[in-house]
Design a binder for this molecule. Sequence first.
Ligand code: BJ8
Length: 425
Amino acid sequence: MTEDYRSMWADLGLDLDAHDALLGVLGKAYQDIYLSQKSRPEGMGYFDFVMSEVHGLRIKELLDEKAAGRKIVCSYCVFVPEEIVLAANATLVGLCSGADFATEDVEKLLPRNTCALIKSSFGFKLGKVCPYLESADMIVGENTCDGKKKAYETLGGLVDNLYVMDIPQMKSDQGRALLKAEYERFKTAMEALTGAAVTAESLKEGIRAVNAKRAAIHRLSSLRKADPSPISGLDALLANQVFFYDNPARFTESVNKICDELEKRIEAKHGVFPENTPRILVSGCPQAVPNWKLPMIVETAGAVIVGEESCVGERGTRNLTDESGETVDDMLDSIVNRYFKVDCAIFTPNPDRLAHIQEMVADYKADGVIHYGLQFCQPYLMEAIPVEKALEEKNIPCLRIETDYSMEDVGQLKTRVEAFVEQLK
Ligand code: BJ8
């Protein structure tokens, strides 16, 4: 960190000792997992810097925005439309929820058999270690899986600025109408929060900014089709994670810059791993910062991850919003059309996800799929079984993994992943 931010953290009400401990663990994990990689693209220096300042400079920027009258909105799901947040002159941050914290306190409020992601979101609040949460003018929850839906009822008692968005469960006309109504309600709530009206002009600008960052990360993803892969799965995942909290314009520029470098690497056949390294697609639950366990295991087991069918990955970023609408209502329809394509496992039935996994296997020339499920995540664990069956029928090897954020199962996972990689070879 380039500056001493302790007084800023204290003003936000963080528990400084607990926060020091968290940053200590994160810093060490980053050093061991990220900085020890070989042959990283130079452009990753930007992401290393962002990570080193994730609770420092970025928070200061957000607090400066607040001082200038802008509002900060935090969310837990890719269904919260950043386009509308930007159009109302606010900034959206996707909260991470990728590490265990204050588990004992969390389990006083949530059943022990709740997924690690939900527990983590509570742990960061109860442990007072998340400067993003404490900077938020509005925290948006969404009725997606049952765990989150019910957990927000409890979270509402811990924070005074929770807004809950309803989300359809079926891709029907009624489901679409519900999403449109909810996005209209959200637009009104955002206007009330910021005092700024969402106009056709501001919404178009919001759509363009978000499309630009999605297009950039998509460009990066596409470059992973090359063999040898010009970037590791760990580094590509990091870029997908930073997507959620960096300044959109700066992020877009930095990702495009690294893409220019990766294109040169591809031309020169310069990869992070040798040609013909087994290529793996990871599919399933989101892997939020600093959940790097699975990619670390895969990429130290002699394989390379070439894509993520995940909300921190292509499920969350692949579709752009039509920019051609001229009225706010036209553009809201385009936004609904775009988000309605997100094939989260909370939808029933959810055939698009399986189709997308197969499409990604073909596009990224993956040799096999690792289905990543967090323990107690019913939507993804339930889908894992038919997904595995369907892939195996097409002779696509699939390894189903069920894990959490602890390091206890690393040895066992390593053994299973190594055996899978051997099978792919
Ligand atoms: S659109 S995937 S970001 S809901 S892992 S909390 S599903 S029990 S995160 Fe998600 Fe939005 Fe869907 Fe994407 Fe529940 Fe499962 Fe936990 Fe999960």
